[in-house]
Design a protein around this ligand. Sequence first.
Ligand SMILES: Cc1ncc(Cc2c([C@@H](C)O)sc(CCOP(=O)(O)OP(=O)(O)O)c2C)c(N)n1
Ligand SMILES: [Mg+2]
Length: 547
Amino acid sequence: MYTIGDYLLDRLNELGVEDIFGVPGDYNLTFLDHITAHPQLSWVGNANELNAAYAADGYARTKGFAALVTTFGVGELSAINGLAGSFAERVPVIEIVGSPVSTVQTDKKLVHHTLGDGDFLHFEKMHDAVTVASAHLTIQNATSEIDRVLTTALSLRRPGYINLPIDVAAAPVEKAQKKLQLKVTSPIDSTLLEKIQTALSSAKQPVFITGHEIQSYHLEDTVAKIAAHTTVPVAALSLGKSSIDETHPQFVGIYSGALTAEPLKTYVDNADLVILLGAQLTDTATSGFSQSFSASKIIAIHPETTTVFGQDYPSNDFKELVEALTTIDYRMETSAALKTMPSTKEFIATDTLLTQNRFWEAIETNFKQNDTIVAEQGTSFFGITNTQFKKDMRLIGQPLWGSIGYTFPAALGSQLAARSKRHLLFIGDGSLQLTIQELGMALRAKLTPLIFVINNNGYTVEREIHGPNERYNDIPTWDYAQLPTVFGGTDQNVATYKVTTETELAEALVTAQADTTRLQWIEVVMDQTDAPELLKEMGRIFAKQNT
Ligand SMILES: Cc1ncc(Cc2c([C@@H](C)O)sc(CCOP(=O)(O)OP(=O)(O)O)c2C)c(N)n1
Ligand SMILES: [Mg+2]
């Protein structure tokens, strides 16, 4: 019998989902039977629902859409932090919450996984702030509500929430006769395009700044076309690194406000036109809002609205508007020599203890075209920010929401979505301790990322902000090289390394990169007071911002 549960799964598969994350619970078990029976879907059991939400986020950033299944109350409230991160950073993830039989809910029965008050709506209400669409399914509304939540989540690139009672999931329904109708877009406001054209035509020193919303809508190639067509320099925010290919001739580096390298900093801060393409000027991206260009010079193009010198033009289709810029009539008379990214020089290892600067120099010389880099908040993200990517490389990080531990499951989710792509994860010891359980899923799924665990004895990024020697920034000492064994590692599925010197790192990199059939687990020991220069500066800025 074809059920509402099958309808939901077919719609998810129609949107590209092939793996579903989550944790079983008695309110979703019979629905999970339909996942395991589905010919195009695989069940990815996670160690907990927070990791499931993080993994779904990483999967969606690579595959375009993702779904996780949780159980009512206890499961969904573990996942909610992950959904909040997907909301903040515009990643379309659908959470399906298995809930008690409809009559149990309408009769307000005091069942397990409730607050014991007979109210079954608390938890979906708690999701309102972190979802763009949510539904409590009934037999009558199921198919239309499923279509509404999925298409809204996809068009706005934000999470959706579906409460799926056991009996509703199991109810018979007709198969969908037509494909999902994705949001129909209205034509671009012609006055808006004229305004942008006029502004550009009179600009002598324009600049594009791209951000993470370009990545959410997979418009990186379109941005490259705009750059080639206009020859206007394109900088990227760290919250959006790789939103333009960093080998593009017009790419001029990462703009980070006052901490931007010259001559890019002066060029941008004195630009007479700044066109933000899906770029949000957040505190981490602008080093504490230290950009010096005037707000009156900004045209900001975002998914829900575009602002031209302070005037809002809502509800123009983001993808169509960005694509319209590939034919705008403008070419720079002279392209300023702005390339600030260091050229990738050769790394000559010495037998000295590793420092952050030398670590990132070594890593940068080992990048390969098409790599996916995943960098955790902490010294990892600040270390990767100004490295020079090779062609078609992309970065996954969470510098806006910044929930540490996110990148480990996210890297695994992303590699599940694209097993052929090489994935390198950089994660601090502190962050790893929050989501390490997912190593079991990685080994069971035979994933093969290269994982660099930066062991610097605790929370270095926090030490840079406040309390450098305080106990609260220390963490229990783990034997990181032993962890794979604990989580199911064998000689067949994992290789582990522990490096403290440049030479040991160089040797480990050669061996690890040649071994493409196993997960590579590389513990990198560095001093707790050592941090990338960008982080040291940012730490001072955050300390001031938090007073
Ligand atoms: C879920 C969660 N809890 C707490 C924090 C605060 C926090 C950071 C805020 C600033 O985002 S960075 C950080 C420590 C990271 O330590 P690490 O992973 O060992 O990194 P490093 O390489 O810097 O030692 C914490 C605890 C957070 N961001 N997310
Ligand atoms: Mg650390």
